[in-house]
Design a protein around this ligand. Structure first.
Ligand code: MG
Length: 239
């Protein structure tokens, strides 16, 4: 059956993140420094401890619910536990999130094949993007910064719609916006659980980009596997 649409994951598919979450310590420090400048008085050690408690709660909740609360919420909850009450939309909260995001962006680079591949696919297929990310504003900034935005007819960032991969809704929503049936769409991503299992469940084809060593998983098998984005053109002909 002819493929009409190709949908992509963002991080470690089109954009590459420095390994081992290298961005985390400096980004959290920037966030903390912003809070201190805005009158929050707590040691970095205490702040970090509470932040990670709150973050890990969010992570385990969203693994179950497949919801994606905005990053602002974890900042305001962290401060609440430390005795400061701010509304999630308060400029202190929003500014702290942006301080984190500004630092995070320094650890992101464009895959060397990405522009070339998107250029070739654009016009031939409808293109979409689905990303799990709790700071959607930062996702849009990155798309702008690396010149990717123009290629996509649909962009879904989980923090914007409070649903995350692998929930069926986020894929179905994107397909509906593209006006394409699942069976005519291919999803390309680097994670078996999010980018293969999720789209497969709604009936899409899947291409796994192997960014690291992966154990074979008999239950979650992509239709195709590649190691570089440039291999995608050939593989799509055969989907
Ligand atoms: Mg990814």
């Amino acid at each position: 059956m002819r493929v009409e649409a190709v949908l992509f994951d963002l991080f470690d598919t089109l954009l590459l993140l420095e390994k081992h979450e290298a961005y985390y310590p400096p980004s959290l420090r920037r966030l903390y420094d912003f809070l201190v400048k805005n009158g929050i008085s707590v040691s970095f050690e205490d702040f970090k401890r509470v932040y990670f408690e709150v973050r890990d709660n969010f992570y385990s909740e969203s693994r179950k619910s497949l919801e994606e609360p905005h990053f602002n919420l974890r900042v305001s909850q962290t401060l609440q536990r430390l005795g400061y009450n701010f509304d999630v939309s308060d400029s202190v909260i929003v500014g702290a999130t942006m301080a984190f995001a500004d630092e995070f962006m320094r650890y992101v680079s464009l895959d060397t094949d990405a522009l070339d591949v998107l250029q070739k696919l654009h016009g031939k297929y409808k293109l979409g993007l689905i990303s799990n990310f709790a700071i959607p504003e930062c996702g849009w900034k990155l798309l702008e910064k690396f010149g990717l935005k123009r290629f996509f007819a649909v962009v879904m960032i989980s923090g914007e719609i409070n649903r995350r991969k692998p929930s069926a809704e986020i894929f179905e929503k994107a397909l509906k916006a593209l006006g394409v049936k699942a069976s005519r769409a291919v999803f390309v991503g680097d994670m078996l659980d999010l980018d293969v299992m999720g789209p497969k469940k709604v009936g899409m084809k899947t291409v796994l980009i192997k960014r690291r060593h992966m154990e074979e998983n008999a239950e979650v098998k992509p239709d195709k596997a590649i190691t570089r984005l440039s291999e995608l053109m050939v593989v799509l002909e055969d989907c």
